[in-house]
Write a protein that binds this ligand. Structure first.
Ligand code: GLC
Ligand code: MG
Length: 398
């Protein structure tokens, strides 16, 4: 959270499964569109928060399977665990708050009296989250009776039903909404409240996100009935909440545009490299575009043309070099000469390139140092290279 000097221009708080991640899109088309948009236009002054029902272990598993960016904050286990940054530093204060009026053993004892409640896998059971599967027809009755019994035993709990199948028992102060309220309060007391916040979700455990005052909200087109129904009953007249026409991450990009929260054209949406001229734009944008061009070049989605390569060389004239973590330095001219031979070598293969955690620092007049994690996926294989790029261009205004 301390990465930014001032208030975030935009804070996106998004659920993962079926919101940021579309499990029906094996090529992750819209997630990769979002990634390029975020790194090119938002990373430097905005905050990305993932808010998932998954436990830390299951979240880490998803990050290995899908091209997810590194968020500034990860809220996991339905708002019961908060971790910061790449190192995932745990917010112990939040855990302490949740431990009040909570007793996991009593929850386990009382829930065991309902044979309809099927315990979820061990990986999804957490200190402040006890989770089950239950059929829709039984859900409401069990929620009512169980709430009453746990209350009688002195606990202050909440029960959340999601996706017509999952039932979570949590401390009352937990949940995605409460975790977001806690984070907003923290940012405010640091004097850095975000200028705008956009919450994004698809199912029951996301409803709370939409009740936080002031936030913009998008229910993706594929949202579950329980979320749409809740919205209809509680938030129908709130113009800051929309039901997108597009699925998952495409719906998030749609909301950025509809609410006018900032740029909403992903570099991946621009197919015409003729328009890419490096003039008066920033070095971060050029790096995102460079790797996009690299992917499309190797997949032969751009024509093999000497013109493009010359243009690239001239754009970064007189100096641009890539520094490998080993310390080896490659000039842009060497890179482009190597690239020439690689045209089409990944054609028809599942090959994607994306950048994460892009940051830049100006080191002189018109000279910049850009750092990023450059990822390549090729079928089931994945590589990451921490890359430093030294850029000096006549076009960049320092
Ligand atoms: C995620 C979690 C699961 C939880 C569900 C709904 O799928 O893995 O434990 O019940 O979200 O919150
Ligand atoms: Mg979801």
């Amino acid at each position: 959270m301390d990465r930014l000097n001032g208030s975030a221009r935009l804070m996106i708080v998004s659920d993962l499964d079926s919101t940021m991640v579309d499990h029906e899109d094996p090529e992750d088309v819209s997630l990769l569109r979002f990634n390029a948009l975020w790194e090119a236009h938002y990373r430097h002054d905005s905050l990305l928060v993932f808010s998932t029902g998954r436990s830390p272990a299951s979240y880490k598993q998803l990050r290995k399977e899908k091209p997810l960016l590194t968020p500034d904050i990860a809220v996991m286990s339905v708002g019961t665990e908060i971790a910061y940054g790449d190192a995932m530093l745990v917010d112990a204060g939040w855990e302490e708050i949740l431990s009040r009026k909570w007793n996991r053993d009593i929850v386990v004892e009382e829930t065991a009296k309902f044979p309809e409640l099927i315990p979820q896998a061990e990986i999804d059971q957490r200190p402040a989250k006890v989770s089950f599967f239950v059929e829709k027809v039984n859900a409401q009755r069990i929620i009512d009776v169980l709430s009453e019994r746990l209350e009688k035993r002195g606990l202050d709990i909440k029960i959340i039903y999601s996706s017509g199948t999952a039932l979570d028992v949590l401390p009352r102060g937990a949940g995605k909404g409460q975790a977001l309220a806690y984070l907003l309060k923290k940012l405010e007391s640091d004097g850095k409240p975000p200028a705008n916040t956009l919450v994004c979700g698809d199912s029951g455990n996301d409803t709370e996100l939409f009740s936080i005052p002031e936030v913009y909200g998008v229910m993706v087109s594929n949202a579950q009935e329980e979320l749409l129904q809740w919205h209809l009953e509680n938030m129908k007249s709130n113009p800051k909440i929309i039901h997108a026409t597009q699925r998952c991450t495409a719906g998030i990009i749609e909301a950025i545009g509809r609410f006018g929260l900032g740029p909403n054209v992903s570099p991946r949406d621009i197919m015409d490299f003729q328009k890419w001229n490096g003039e008066n734009v920033n070095p971060v944008y050029e790096v995102v575009n460079f790797y996009l061009f690299y992917e499309r070049w190797r997949c032969a989605q751009v024509q093999k043309s000497e013109h493009y390569l010359q243009k690239l060389k001239s754009m970064f004239y007189p100096l641009c070099s890539f520094i490998h973590p080993s310390g080896t330095e490659w000039s842009i001219h060497q890179c482009i000469d190597t690239m020439e031979r690689l045209h089409g070598d990944r054609q028809g293969k599942q090959y994607k390139v994306w950048v994460d955690r892009v940051s830049s620092a100006q080191i002189g007049s018109g000279s910049w140092l850009v750092k990023c994690n450059k990822w390549e996926s090729f079928g089931a294989e994945r590589y990451c290279c921490l890359t430093t790029i030294l850029i000096s261009s006549k076009f960049f205004v320092g």
